[in-house]
Design a protein around this ligand. Structure first.
Ligand SMILES: [Zn+2]
Length: 249
């Protein structure tokens, strides 16, 4: 924990100081993926969200126990549920990047699938307004279907764009995935964070959120330790003004 704090201070500390000197503080947007039901790992995640007063968007797969998830999430302020795919099934042709919607899908069929997913959330008392495609695969057909439903979109790595559907992305993945899920490493994570913060500062994009991506079911001990240190350093976390997306708090 101490080493993580020292690294965070050394690598992103000077950049955060520049933000502060300019009278600003970065807006962190935090998304966690792959929830299907309440688990001890989810409790641990929600405890961190609560402790650091860090709003959290939990992307949940509609084939899970959404009612139980909604009940658990309502106990923590500032937690919202987003729709994470349909069945989190890789339907990409071999050789293509993993994704659930592919070139053979018709917009009308994806619109229907989205309707079913929205109903699942609605029955759990949640008005979902944000869709998170599995593997962050934003297929053009999916984009069209989301716009028809008026749903927002969250992928990986782009700036928030003003076009429809409303988009808020993640940019910093806590994990590395190949050959197996594990912590990305403090230096890799922090150097990217520093670069993204500096880009926003130089462009005057003070309100452009920096998106943090976590996967509570896959965290190893190093991931949890670093996440805690990172959240404690970037607090107070600026809340984003995105009332369209709030649903479970
Ligand atoms: Zn996923």
């Amino acid at each position: 924990m101490l080493l993580n704090r020292l690294l965070i201070k050394a690598i992103v500390g000077p950049e955060l100081a520049r933000w502060k000197a300019a009278g600003h503080w970065p807006a962190l947007w935090w998304r966690d993926d792959d929830a299907r039901q309440p688990t001890p790992a989810l409790d641990r995640l929600l405890t961190l969200s609560n402790r650091f007063d860090a709003p959290l968007t939990l992307a949940a797969v509609p084939d899970g126990d959404i009612a139980a998830l909604a009940k658990t999430c309502r106990q923590v302020r500032g937690v919202e549920l987003a729709i994470h795919g349909f069945r989190h099934e890789n339907r990409a042709p071999s050789g293509k990047p993993a994704g659930e919607v592919n070139d053979h899908d018709e917009v009308a069929d994806v619109v229907l699938e989205l309707g079913v997913a929205l109903d699942v959330f609605r029955r759990a008392g949640v008005v979902a307004t944000l869709f998170v495609p599995p593997w962050n695969n934003v297929h053009p057909t999916l984009k069209k279907a989301l716009a028809l439903h008026g749903l927002g979109l969250s992928g990986y790595g782009e700036r928030r764009s003003l076009d429809a559907p409303a988009r808020v992305d993640v940019h910093l993945d806590l994990m590395r995935w190949k050959p197996r899920p594990r912590f990305r490493g403090a230096a890799r994570f922090l150097l990217r964070a520093r670069r993204l913060l500096a880009e926003r500062r130089r462009a005057g994009l003070w309100d452009e959120p920096l998106g943090l991506l976590t996967h509570h079911l896959d965290h190893d001990a190093d991931s949890w330790r670093f996440l805690e240190a990172f959240l404690s350093t970037v607090t107070p976390i600026r809340r984003l003004d995105r009332p369209r997306f709030l649903n479970a708090s």
